[in-house]
Write a protein that binds this ligand. Structure first.
Ligand code: NAD
Length: 471
């Protein structure tokens, strides 16, 4: 029986391994992590992450051929194929701070693999890493005196949080990059056989190692770039009276462009887009490609601009100050169908409003109060000026309340900001919300989820991103 071990039981390691276990009953899959809490959650009914469909897959496989463990070394020792799916955040200090990927977790995993292994193994980069990382990993793993050989593959993950299980069950593509040596190609075939249990042959792409590593960074950069492009257009729409939803619809009908990722919003978030673009910027700069680096930097600059623009719009609409006013924030996760708040635009928006002395009440169906308070207390890293910015003062923290439903959040509020496109926000009784708010009642739709005309009929003063302002 083939044994797989995955190091890192996070948003990627957990769901990807659960789906491999589901589709390959003949393979034993063990997901290991240094976090005891995370592993305990994976072994309980309260999984550590929310992802539609994940519970069912885990329930079906756990204890059959899917296991979660903190005994990292034992399972690495026993495995034939080791996926490494540890976090690769942006470096916060030292060379490349604010841009380069921090490979500390990856490197310590590689040293541990080299240390405990006693037989040849395939090591798969599942984490998103800078191009050429495999070269460094090979040095760590293959310069051993044990006479064992490690084949390094790049198999980046393209799942999106919120649709991870569907993405894994029916991937657009699976990408496997390996060395062109006989051992490298043998390893590629072994990994391909795992995916071939459910992924059609024409969706499995084989490439060289560096192409696979780079393709993941480029894919995320392209996705983020589309969002920044439509967000840049949204500012122009507001200035001219055009409607960004109509512009994006017409543009997206062009089959060369397509309709996806053309929704204007308060900005992109999540743990990957900004981090991976920064990584790309750093790689370009390290290779003397300053102009190319500047091109990608602009995607992040527009994203920051969009978040600031939103805050400024809220403040300027509410008679140029939100001091002492209550603002309800609906949605804190960086997108719907996830509880993940890493890099969510809601953090910047809330901090902006608190900076103008507002009181805010937040409701999100999947994010806990602890998480929100932790996120708001966190320092934000400024990548252009790598110094830690001020975190929230204790007085500001008192101005944040987290509620259990949207109506309670909006009760007595002067304004409502919709920051996540949760489906339930489309179904709310906005008349009831309006009736219980201060007047004039403002609503700022940062995701364009509600028909602005319906809200205006109720009596709200409405701002929707990139759409005509109260005509
Ligand atoms: P995560 O933080 O949720 O999970 C990483 C896990 O690795 C943590 O639980 C951590 O405790 C564990 N870990 C770190 N060092 C370890 C070690 N030495 N031994 C054992 N466990 C260790 O991160 P994630 O969101 O799952 O992302 C993982 C990687 O996948 C990143 O490189 C990310 O860029 C990439 N990725 C993420 C997504 C996404 O949507 N989250 C999508 C595609 C790719």
């Amino acid at each position: 029986m083939v044994k797989i071990c995955c190091i890192g039981a996070g948003y990627v390691g957990g769901p990807t391994m659960a789906v491999i276990a589901l589709k390959c009953p003949s393979i034993e899959v063990v997901v290991v992590d240094i976090s005891v809490n995370r592993i305990n959650s994976w072994n309980s009914d309260q999984l550590p992450i929310y992802e539609p469909g994940l519970d069912d897959v885990v329930k079906e496989c756990r204890g059959r051929n899917l296991f979660f463990s903190t005994d990292v070394e034992k399972h690495v020792y026993e495995a034939d194929i080791i996926f490494v799916s540890v976090n690769t955040p942006t470096k916060t200090r030292g060379l490349g701070a604010g841009k380069a990927a921090d490979l500390t977790y990856w490197e310590s995993a590689a040293w541990m693999i080299a240390d405990v292994s006693k037989s040849d193994k395939i090591v798969v980069e599942k984490s998103t890493v800078p191009v050429k990382t495999a070269e460094a990993i090979e040095k760590i793993l293959n310069h051993n005196s044990k006479g064992i050989h490690f084949s390094i593959l790049s198999n980046p993950e393209f799942l999106a949080e919120g649709t991870a299980i569907q993405d894994l069950l029916k991937p657009d593509r699976v990408l496997i990059g390996g060395r062109e040596t006989p051992e490298g190609q043998k390893a590629v075939q072994a990994l391909k056989e795992v995916y071939a249990h459910w992924v059609p042959e024409d969706r499995i792409i084989i490439s060289n190692l560096w192409s696979a590593e780079l393709a993941k960074l480029v894919a995320n950069a392209f996705l983020a770039q589309r969002i920044s492009s439509v967000n840049a257009v949204s500012a122009l729409c507001e200035a001219t009276g055009a409607d960004v939803t109509e512009v994006a619809y017409s543009v997206g009908k062009d089959s060369r462009i397509g309709p996806k990722f053309l929704n204007a919003s308060v900005g992109f978030g999540g743990s990957c887009f900004q981090k991976d673009i920064l990584n790309l910027v750093y790689i370009c700069e390290s290779n003397g490609l300053a102009e190319v680096a500047n091109y990608w930097k602009q995607v992040i600059k527009i994203n920051d601009y969009q978040k600031n623009r939103f805050v400024n719009r809220v403040v300027s609409s509410m008679f140029n100050t939100v001091s002492g006013k209550k603002i309800a924030v609906l949605g804190f996760a960086f997108k719907k169908d996830t509880g993940d708040t890493r890099e969510t635009p809601a953090i910047d928006v809330c901090k902006g409003l608190l900076g103008d002395n507002a009181t805010i009440s937040i409701y999100d169906p999947r994010v806990t109060e602890d998480q929100i308070q932790r996120d708001l207390a966190m320092n934000k890293f400024d990548w252009d000026h790598p110094i830690h910015l001020q975190s929230l003062s204790p007085t500001s923290v008192k101005k944040v309340r987290v509620t259990w439903d949207a109506y309670e959040a909006a009760n007595g509020a002067h304004g409502v900001c919709i920051l996540t496109e949760w489906d339930e926000f489309k179904q709310l009784d906005y008349q009831r919300i309006y009736d219980n708010m201060q007047k004039p009642a403002f609503i700022f739709d940062g995701r364009n989820v509600i028909d602005p005309e319906k809200l205006r009929e109720i009596g709200f003063i409405v701002y929707s991103i990139g759409r005509p302002l109260n005509p």
